[in-house]
Every structure is written in structure tokens, then in C-alpha cells.
Unconditional design. Structure first.
Length: 351
């Protein structure tokens, strides 16, 4: 097994180049997890895409211990200033969230969305999961999803063999996920696409589960408006129901496990789309985001700009994922949003 020298090129600026030197690679190159994953396997995304910023995906949960010092160094950069030795605690109890509706009149906040990434105990992570395992995961998950009741009750739509009318309906609802990008493809996450993949949503289209995408489960709660507490409660009810029946991969130091190190811990992204043109232009906007551990981007994705009827509308989300609970992730987003709305309202009052 040879060291992938391509990552040593001067234009490469990935974390695998920084932390997996030829000497470190030599130390680990003959190690394998019980599923057969090697360090080189984990590096394939960064080796195949030299513009990667991180470049590594865990093939299974054992990778985090078998190649521990490699992953630990990368994780601590991705989740700085958190230190792995400080551990990670979870809290999926919505009663612990202090979250009054920040915009009950609906003047500023368009929508709220909270998602988590989860993977089932006893299976490989998406880069190494075998076809029969992926299909088994799908069957187990669908059985649980079909047993949900009340507001979580809904329908599962497998991608394999999907008819055009169903596909178009899911596209129109912005629910349909696509085959993974080149980074996920190089990591091995697109094998046998689209077999074993699918989408579940409840009747109200406020609870959604992606099955066997970048993680085995992406569980999403969303709704129009700014009732963050309602969105989080629905998410907790769904996640806790699935966890009780299937169990998720988890460690005391890294929280819920994911193939991508940036998604460890809570695996959570809590966000709102909010119109705050004045707050965004405020000279202290960046420092306020840092103070409240939030990040802002255009509503069409990272590095996008809001224009036209969306001018002044931004996606505001939590920045931290590891070392804090799910409740604290949502609290960060809520508290930061409240501060930005305070600035926005003050500016509007001066006009």
C-alpha cells in the first residue's frame, strides 16, 4: 500500500495533507478495521479531489479508534476549540429548550428547519456498507417509519423504480435528494445508486427522513414561520421513536457517529430563513455571529447571494456540533436570531 503522493502537491490544502504525512501513513498503513477498512480507504475522497478542505470519511465506526490519532487531530480542527477529551453529551428533550417564538407576526422569519444525521448500530457507514446491509437498513427503517402515528404518520417513497409523477411531486416539494457529489462519490457513498435509498415524509410535509444518503438517516423537521420550539419538539419525537427501536451509533467522546468528521456530535443543523438586510449590513454582524456561535449564508447554499425577491434573506444556523447538546445547538441559533432581529427592528424604527 503506497502513500498517495498527489496530496503533497503545493496547491493542496486539505487536512489529510496536514495530518497524514508519509510517516503517519507508514505507521497506520497495515491496520484494518474488522470490516476491512484501511486508512487509505478513508482518504479516497481527498485523494480523488485535491481541492478538498478535509478529505477523509470514516468507513465504519471502528475507524475512529483504529486510526484514532489521525481522526482526533482532524476532528479537533473541524470542531475547534472543543477537545475530544472533554467528551460529548446529548439532550433530545424539547422541554429543556428556552425558545419563545422570535417572530410571531411573521414579519421577518420565513421558515425554520432542524435536521440531524444518524447511523444505525451494527452496520458499516455509507462508504463501506455492503449492498445487502444497505437494503436491510432500508427495510428496518421503513418498518419503523410506517409505524409512526399522529403528526409523524406518513409515506415512504423508494428512489428505486420511482414513477415520474412521484419524482416530480418530490422535486416540486424540494424533498428529492440527488446522487452524492464527487467528494461523496470518491468516498464510496454512491455505490449501487439508487438502490436502498428513499424519502419519507409525513402528511403535513413537516417531518422528513432521507434514507441512505450521505448518512443512513437524515431526519428533518421543518415548517413555515418561526416556531422553533414546535419544530424541535417534532424532531425530538421522531428521532427518539426511531432510536428506541433501532439504536444509533454513538460514543461518549464523539457523540453520534457519521462518516464525515464535521457531522460528529449532535450531527445537527438548526436554521431559519430570515429577512435581515439591515442587520446583515451592520458593522458588528460578523462579531455578533461569532459571539452567538451562528453562521450566515445565502438561502441557496454556501457562498450564494440573496437577490431579487430574496434580497436581504439569509440562512442563519448554529455553528457548533460537537461538545454541546442538541438543545444547546438550537438555543445558539435562537439566541443569535433574537439579537439579529433586535438590530433589524431598531434599524427599521429609524427609517
Amino acid at each position: 500500500m503506497e502513500y498517495p503522493t498527489a496530496i503533497l502537491k503545493p496547491e493542496v490544502d486539505s487536512l489529510i495533507k496536514k495530518f497524514i504525512t508519509p510517516e503517519v501513513f507508514e505507521e497506520h498503513k497495515n491496520k484494518k478495521t474488522s470490516r476491512g477498512c484501511t486508512l487509505l480507504d478513508c482518504m479516497q475522497s481527498g485523494v480523488g479531489n485535491l481541492d478538498s478542505s478535509v478529505g477523509i470519511y470514516a468507513g465504519d465506526e471502528e475507524c475512529y479508534t483504529a486510526f484514532g490519532n489521525v481522526f482526533d487531530n482532524i476532528i479537533e480542527v473541524c470542531h475547534a476549540p472543543h477537545k475530544i477529551k472533554d467528551g460529548h453529551g446529548s439532550d433530545m428533550n424539547p422541554d429543556n429548550l428556552k425558545c419563545p417564538n422570535p417572530d410571531p407576526e411573521g414579519k421577518y422569519v420565513r421558515s425554520t428547519r432542524v435536521r440531524v444525521a444518524r447511523n444505525l448500530k451494527g452496520y458499516g457507514l455509507p462508504p463501506s456498507i455492503r449492498k445487502e446491509e444497505r437494503l436491510e437498513v432500508e427495510r428496518k427503517v421503513v418498518d419503523v417509519l410506517n409505524s409512526l402515528t399522529g403528526e409523524l404518520s406518513g409515506t415512504y417513497y423508494p428512489l428505486m423504480g420511482m414513477d415520474e409523477a412521484t419524482r416530480q411531486k418530490l422535486v416540486d416539494d424540494h424533498f428529492l435528494f440527488k446522487k452524492g457529489d464527487r467528494f461523496l462519490d470518491a468516498a464510496g457513498c454512491n455505490q449501487e445508486w439508487p438502490e436502498g435509498r428513499g424519502i419519507f415524509h409525513n402528511d403535513a410535509k413537516t417531518f422528513l427522513v432521507w434514507v441512505n444518503e450521505e448518512d443512513q438517516l437524515r431526519i428533518i423537521s421543518m415548517e413555515k414561520g418561526s416556531d422553533i420550539g414546535s419544530v424541535f419538539r417534532r424532531l425530538c419525537n421522531g428521532v427518539n421513536a426511531i432510536d428506541a427501536k433501532l439504536g444509533f451509533q454513538h460514543s461518549n467522546s464523539l457523540g453520534y457517529l457519521s462518516s464525515c468528521p464535521t457531522n460528529l456530535g449532535t450531527g445537527m443543523r438548526a436554521s431559519v430563513h430570515v429577512k435581515i438586510p439591515n442587520a446583515y449590513a451592520h458593522p458588528d454582524f460578523k462579531s455578533i455571529c461569532e459571539q452567538y456561535h451562528i453562521q450566515a449564508r445565502g438561502i441557496h447554499g454556501e457562498h450564494s447571494e440573496s437577490a431579487g425577491e430574496d434580497a436581504g434573506v439569509y440562512d442563519i444556523s448554529n455553528l457548533r456540533r460537537l461538545g454541546i447538546s442538541e438543545v444547546q445547538c438550537v438555543q445558539d441559533m435562537h439566541d443569535g436570531l433574537m439579537k439579529l432581529l433586535e438590530i433589524e427592528k431598531a434599524a427599521a424604527a429609524r427609517l
